[in-house]
Design a protein around this ligand. Structure first.
Ligand SMILES: Nc1ncnc2c1ncn2[C@@H]1O[C@H](COP(=O)(O)OP(=O)(O)OP(=O)(O)O)[C@@H](O)[C@H]1O
Length: 300
């Protein structure tokens, strides 16, 4: 379990993380979301003892990261910077890491297989693609069989197969009862991967919630209704939010699809289509973080 309490980080006059408190529970994938520059990496670095908080503190399983005697067996982390020696092979890199951290050598083959690197295990890392380097970083994070896994933007640079692999891996790590915290600035990716979301903007907590609850909080889903008598339907749904999409097509918020169907049927109003629309998660995320985005494009 990861706990952040009132985490605050200032660089000079700039506060990049402000009074951030949250808990990341085991057995679920928790997405750590925010626009570019929101403070995600800084927060993860404070959790991992790489940056000192200006105020507040973070613990993993009840202790600050640095106070764990064998941190790699407690917490596996992938940060954005690569830290492999380019002349070494993947196997050599992982073996050196295992030996210096008291991790059995047998774990090296295990994590090479888990990361899909067995075939290239003896090739020099300098010939690795971005995706292979990312897989090696994840193999290193899992080397100590840690109960907590922290990954900063793990899908960066991965091809679609790699993205799917990460998604499946994260879910299986959580299903094994591990605590999994994964940062991203892509809502669409997190929607497919995460069970829980922590959203920050300009260093502040904006939401600590589930994907479903975020959609509902952002105004919920609309229902697309196609009818040859849109004006009559409008009159029959006085409290509803109605947007006209086309002369015969309305987007209705408020009443759900069964309620609209019942009302129409009770008044003999023909419906040609009645389709619940899942609110776009990307829209929900943008609505939530709108005021926290540093640079916004002006509308065309
Ligand atoms: N060492 C530093 N000195 C000064 N400012 C810093 C330092 N590290 C980060 N920042 C600033 O802190 C803010 C948050 O950066 P951070 O990398 O934590 O954000 P992020 O949410 O991870 O962004 P991204 O999605 O772009 O990686 C940014 O404005 C960044 O410029």
């Amino acid at each position: 379990m990861i706990r952040a309490e009132n985490l605050t980080k200032r660089y000079g006059d700039t506060t990049v993380v402000q009074d951030l408190s949250f808990t990341v529970h085991p057995g679920a994938v928790t997405g750590f979301l925010g626009p570019n520059g929101a403070g995600k990496s800084t927060t993860l670095r404070m959790i991992l003892g790489l940056d000192a908080p200006t105020r507040g503190h973070a613990t993993v399983d009840g202790r600050p990261y640095a106070r764990h005697t064998a941190p790699l067996t407690r917490v596996g982390a992938l940060l954005e910077a690569r830290s492999t020696h380019p002349g070494r092979s993947a196997r050599h890199h992982l073996t050196a890491l295992a030996l210096t951290h008291g991790i059995p050598r047998s774990r090296v083959d295990r994590v090479l297989a888990l990361a899909g690197l067995t075939q290239v295990a003896d090739k020099r890392v300098k010939g690795f693609s971005l995706g292979m380097g990312q897989r090696l970083g994840i193999a290193a994070a899992l080397l100590g069989d840690p109960a907590t896994v922290v990954l900063d933007e793990p899908v960066n640079g991965l091809d679609p197969e790699g993205v799917l692999w990460i998604r499946t891996l994260l879910k299986s790590l959580a299903a094994e009862g591990r605590t999994v915290l994964v940062s991203s600035h892509l809502m669409s990716e997190m929607a497919l991967t995460a069970d829980h979301l922590i959203v920050i903007g300009k260093g502040r907590l904006l939401a600590d919630t589930t994907v479903d609850a975020l959609v509902r909080a952002s105004g919920g889903a609309a229902v697309k209704v196609v009818t040859p008598e849109p004006d009559r339907l409008r009159d029959l749904l006085p409290g509803a939010g109605i947007t006209v999409e086309a002369p015969d097509t309305l987007l209705v918020t408020g009443p759900d699809a069964p309620e609209i169907g019942r009302t129409a049927a009770a008044h003999g109003l023909p419906l040609h289509e009645l389709t619940p629309q899942a609110a776009s998660l990307e829209q929900a995320f943008m609505a939530l973080t709108h005021d926290s985005v540093e640079y916004q494009g002006a509308p065309a």
